[in-house]
Design a protein around this ligand. Structure first.
Ligand code: SF4
Length: 286
């Protein structure tokens, strides 16, 4: 009987050239339908978000959510970013298809979860475990392999998954099923039931409702950091990904290094690289 922990080896076995594998028609059709739905959704006109409080935003820092709720103008996502979202979603569908083909039980795909008026959709319950599927860059993937998501959680993944698990499978573990987009590695990164308890979903929702109701923005989520020994200071990683960084840090200056943009909150020594001027389109964070 396969369990969630055997997913990597079971999926790789499908590709054994000496055996071959004939996919189930039902799974193929379901996969094709899911891809069609994804393409329609991702290419459709984007409607403004009325209520920012969703399961996927429960792990966002307070101040970011406050800006979102108060409808402060945010940075526009580029076409490339939307494209990346699309193929990330397609990869995740492919993983779920392969997991089914490998003999695992996949249930409640895109199942709706609702708590205290906050809604979300899980990726799936696999072999009885609530699972969030993540396609990741090599650096992002390392966090899953080393089980460091909870200690370095820029995107609030733990709160989201813990919230789903508390509702659907109380006192049970949950897991990320992560995939390295570059080299094809797959891993199961568990979130234990004891850690899940550290993210009480009702408390978080109550807190965020109070944050959103307030007319005053919460304190900044992360302090800025030293940028080497130059005396310059730069945004923390969490801020560099935030769509409100120019509102939150009005004096921010953007310099384009070979490894991506760097956002400086204080410039003592002007970097010897290109600076993005106000109003100019910015490259995405590295
Ligand atoms: S820029 Fe940083 S501090 Fe400001 S809202 Fe975004 S994450 Fe929070």
């Amino acid at each position: 009987m396969p369990t969630i922990d055997t997913i990597p080896e079971d999926v790789y076995k499908l590709f054994d050239p000496n055996k071959g594998h004939e996919p189930s028609e039902e799974n193929l059709n379901e996969f094709a339908e899911n891809i069609k739905t994804l393409l329609r959704q991702r290419l459709a006109k984007r409607e403004p978000i009325d209520n920012p409080l969703r399961f996927s935003s429960l792990g966002r820092p307070d101040r970011q959510l406050w800006y979102m709720a108060k409808k402060y103008p945010s940075e526009e996502l580029s076409a490339k970013t939307y494209f990346k979202f699309l193929y990330g979603d397609i990869i995740e569908q492919m993983i779920l298809f392969l997991v089914k083909e490998a003999g695992h039980t996949v249930e409640h795909e895109q199942g709706e979860v609702s708590v205290d008026g906050v809604q979300g959709h899980i990726d799936a319950v696999i072999d009885g475990v609530v699972v969030d599927v993540k396609s990741a860059s090599p650096i992002g993937y390392t966090k899953f392999v080393k089980q460091e998501v909870t200690t370095n959680d820029t995107f609030g993944y733990a709160q989201q998954l813990a919230g789903y698990a508390q509702v659907l499978t109380p006192d049970e573990r949950a897991a990320w099923l992560a995939f390295n987009k570059v080299n094809g590695d797959i891993c199961i990164s568990p979130l234990s039931s004891s850690i899940i308890k550290d993210y009480p979903v009702h408390d978080r929702i109550t807190h965020l409702k109070a944050v959103i109701a307030s007319d005053t923005p919460p304190l900044r989520c992360y302090p800025d950091e030293e940028d080497g020994k130059s005396g310059n200071r730069k945004l923390a990683t969490g801020c560099s990904y935030c769509a409100y960084k120019h509102t939150c840090w009005p004096e921010l200056r953007t310099f384009v290094y070979s490894n991506g943009p760097r956002y400086l909150t204080k410039v003592v020594r002007v970097p010897d690289v290109y600076e993005v001027r106000t109003g100019e389109a910015e490259p995405p964070p590295a």
